[in-house]
Design a protein around this ligand. Structure first.
Ligand SMILES: *Cc1c(COP(=O)(O)O)cnc(C)c1O
Length: 366
């Protein structure tokens, strides 16, 4: 990369992916079929061995189907973070249940277990942490809280393919775990979502919901959607599955370089026992974050991202669920975070340019 602008993300789609798409197109069978079935079992084996995976057409569909399969609906509450992509809160609201927004802890930006326990009511059906930026959420504490109160645990693992805690991969803790395959995620299928389940009955319901509620044609058992993945997308995903581990190691190596060389910003700590897959490398810039982002781009040609400047509970679409709610750590994170490039296309010169730009700006601001 090196010369010119360093983008915040860069999907890697190569000749192998194109050949795989060609193979499917040439077969004349492009809708959900054998590629999807193969992708499901390969993905399960790769990321959550022993579990069954259901492929759908997006990560958002995956959360929606996962929640419905687990029985979430009107009258229920699901505890979620507000500091996340809108799909987290949206998917709960789409089931007719109420998303209950809870604050995060300041280290890894994920659901604060103490605040979660305080938010449990007789209507709580589940807790859905997000493994934000590729770092596992506080699953030890959240699992214990879910068990103690008899509520379900769900995982938004959209950003965390391959992350783990105490040797357990994310996506294998909850009733379901959803991985997104949007182009900027750690691997892609174009668009897509993969839902990992522990219970075969939930798998059965998810497969029905994905396909108009039918297993046998014209014998519809449930009111369902068309959330099917195509064989074209699955073929891309299968190729990417063979590359994602090497990309993750590159992300981790890039993050280690940034950890070692950045000064004047708060670098992202990794919790004990956690494997971080660095979907994002997110630092805090406590003073004038927006000016910092603009200067990075204009003076240094370094792209960055702010995920997320407006927390879910303050979005016009979801604010009705959050009257008079105050989430101070969520607000502080929304004002301070910047994600620096960490993707596998960076070379050593790019990393050095990122470091010198950030350090120069941090020093000037101090
Ligand atoms: C990307 C993302 C989703 C939604 O995935 P799509 O594939 O874009 O529908 C959900 N939750 C989080 C945290 C995400 O980052």
């Amino acid at each position: 990369m090196s010369d010119g602008f360093i983008p915040a993300a860069k999907p890697l789609i190569g000749e192998d992916e194109r050949a795989a798409v060609d193979r499917v197109l040439a077969s004349g069978m492009v809708a959900q079929g054998p590629e999807v079935a193969a992708f499901e079992s390969e993905f399960a084996e790769h990321f959550t061995p022993g579990r069954e995976v259901v492929a759908v057409n997006s990560g958002t569909s995956g959360l929606h189907v996962g929640l419905l399969a687990a029985g979430v609906g009107p009258g229920d509450e699901v505890i979620v973070p507000s500091f996340t992509f809108a799909a987290t809160g949206n998917s709960v609201a789409l089931t007719g249940a109420v998303p209950v927004f809870v604050d995060i802890e300041p280290e890894q930006f994920s659901l604060d277990p103490v605040a979660v326990e305080a938010a449990i009511t007789p209507r709580t059906k589940g807790i859905m942490p997000v493994h934000l930026y590729g770092h596992p959420a506080h699953m030890r504490e959240l699992s214990a809280i879910a068990d103690k109160h008899g509520v379900l645990l769900f995982e938004d693992a959209a950003q965390a393919h391959g992350a783990a805690l105490d040797g357990t991969p994310v996506g294998a803790f909850g009733a379901f775990g959803m991985f997104s395959l949007y182009p900027t995620k750690n691997m892609t299928s174009g668009e897509g979502g993969m839902i990992s389940f522990g219970d075969p009955e939930l798998v059965r319901r998810a497969r029905l919901l994905r396909n108009q509620g039918m297993q046998t044609q014209y014998q519809n058992e449930l009111v369902g959607f068309n959330y099917r993945m195509t064989d074209i997308h699955a073929a891309i995903g299968r190729v990417q599955l063979g590359k994602v581990d090497a990309w993750t190691r590159q992300r981790q190596g890039n993050a280690a370089f940034l950890d070692a060389h950045l000064a004047g910003v708060v670098t992202p700590p990794v919790a004990e026992g956690a494997v971080h897959v660095y979907h994002q490398y997110t630092v805090r810039v406590p003073e004038d974050r927006d000016g910092f982002v603009q200067a990075l781009k204009e003076e240094y040609q370094v792209g960055s991202g702010v995920y997320y400047p407006v927390p879910n509970h303050r979005l016009p679409s979801l604010a009705a669920y959050a009257k008079d709610l105050e989430l101070p750590e969520t607000e502080r994170a929304a004002a301070e975070v910047v994600s620096l490039p960490v993707h596998p296309s960076l070379d050593e010169q790019d990393l050095e340019r990122i470091v010198s730009a950030v350090n120069a700006l941090a020093k000037a601001g101090a």
